[in-house]
Design a protein around this ligand. Structure first.
Ligand code: SF4
Ligand code: SF4
Length: 407
């Protein structure tokens, strides 16, 4: 799963708004978005992958086609209308066609989030006939060198072919480009590439530091001036192309002084079902300690959403400590991201360290400083490989200490 390729994708919201506008009357007590992370297997090994670093322990027990179809039905009954089919690489499963057909039958607006590996003429034809609404393709750079480096695979040529195939089947061309130190200097060329591919939507998703990108944070994080320049180039490009292409620039929170309202609030609108059936309010929630997440094999989605202690734990603001508890801005961000708070400070109930009111803001400032320190930035990148994930899953202490920067 690429960065920001979640249900909350700005591109997806825009496309959904244009296509059916369904969901406008659904209250926030219902899950509006279902993200199906159908597998953690992936042929790519991206340095910034959002998947959990210990994904290896979740690869053995994937849900069956029937279990996915049941999950789709249950979520739809509860009001879900947006379906993201993600991974890993979802196309490694051969039942995505069946899932798409069921999604159409149930009335979902469906989005396949893919690296493009495994997308053939035959499969895209089947998706079209089955009623898949939207395909989001990840691109990495305009150069073969950086694409192949950051994904640790030779996929550059294939991605270009897949982009053309998506367009030729009448899908809107939706590109997701994760932005980091290695490609931020190519912003103009990346946008020109999107134009040449006749993209309808481009999401420039500055890396958010979870999962593998947190492990590689010092190596991936660009400097503030580079981000400002990238935004300037994006704005210039927007002015030039006008309505021909929608370009979203997702601002990185480390350089902000307030956190984002993560997932639009814990257990408010997003529900994620993982490859092995855990039900999560946020894709990285399993990093949090002392929470047992419900699993569709044991409980229905309705129990997970309404009754499970996990989904109720950080709903609303009762759980907050100071400074969030008495903060006049708490409605805006609900204290930010619980996973980011825990991963950086070791305390899941603290204010997101991005906030300048947080006593842990120094951790963010230190990370920004670290991204200028050649001793850290030149350390080898740890790619998302099964072997590396196995080490994390086994609790490789040295690796965990690499990024779990408790104060
Ligand atoms: S390795 Fe890359 S393509 Fe595969 S799931 Fe992670 S980000 Fe997506
Ligand atoms: S103190 Fe907490 S609630 Fe207030 S702005 Fe910061 S993170 Fe948000």
């Amino acid at each position: 799963m690429t960065q920001n390729s979640l249900g909350e994708s700005a591109v997806q919201q825009e496309v959904q708004g244009k296509n059916n506008g369904v969901g406008a009357n659904i209250t926030q007590t219902q899950p509006l978005w279902l993200l199906a992370e159908v597998t953690y297997r992936c042929p790519l090994q991206c340095a910034f992958c959002y998947n959990p670093t210990d994904y290896d322990k979740h690869t053995q027990n994937e849900l069956s086609t029937e279990q996915w179809i049941q999950a789709l039905r249950d979520a739809r009954k509860m009001g879900a209308i947006q379906l993201g089919i993600s991974g890993g690489e979802p196309l490694l499963r051969d039942d995505i066609e069946d899932i798409v057909v069921e999604a159409k039958k149930l009335g979902y607006y469906s989005n396949l989030i893919t690296s493009g590996v495994g997308l053939t003429e035959k499969r895209i034809q089947a998706f079209k006939e089955g009623g898949l609404d939207h395909i989001q393709l990840s691109m990495h750079d305009i150069t073969e060198e950086i694409n192949n480096f950051i994904t640790n695979t030779k996929t550059f040529q294939l991605k270009k072919k897949v982009a053309a195939m998506i367009k030729s089947h009448g899908y809107p061309m939706v590109l997701n480009v994760v932005i980091h130190r290695y490609n931020i200097g190519h912003m103009k060329e990346i946008l020109e590439m999107a134009e040449a591919l006749d993209a309808d939507y481009v999401e420039l998703a500055n890396t958010q530091y979870y999962g593998w990108s947190l492990v590689n944070r010092a190596q991936l994080m660009p400097q503030k001036e580079q981000i400002e320049e990238a935004e300037r180039i994006t704005n210039e490009f927007r002015e030039r192309v006008g309505n021909k292409m929608k370009v979203f620039f997702v601002v990185p929170d480390y350089f902000d002084n307030r956190p984002k309202k993560c997932m639009n609030g814990w257990g408010e609108v997003f529900m994620i079902v993982t490859a092995d059936g855990d039900v999560l309010p946020c894709h990285s929630a399993r990093v949090l300690p002392n929470i047992e997440f419900p699993n569709v094999r044991e409980h229905g989605l309705e129990y997970a959403w309404k009754e499970s202690p996990a989904f109720n734990k950080y709903r609303g603001d009762d759980w907050m400590k100071e400074p969030c508890r008495s903060c006049s801005e708490k409605e805006n961000d609900l204290g930010g991201c619980r996973c980011q708070a825990f991963l950086l400070s070791g305390d899941a109930e603290s204010a997101d360290p991005v906030c300048t009111k947080s006593p842990n803001r120094h951790l963010i400032d230190q990370a920004i400083e670290d991204s200028k320190n050649p001793q850290l930035t030149e350390k080898p990148i740890i790619f998302r490989t099964n072997a590396n994930s196995k080490k994390y899953a086994e609790g490789d202490k040295e690796r965990i200490e690499d990024f779990h920067a408790t104060p």
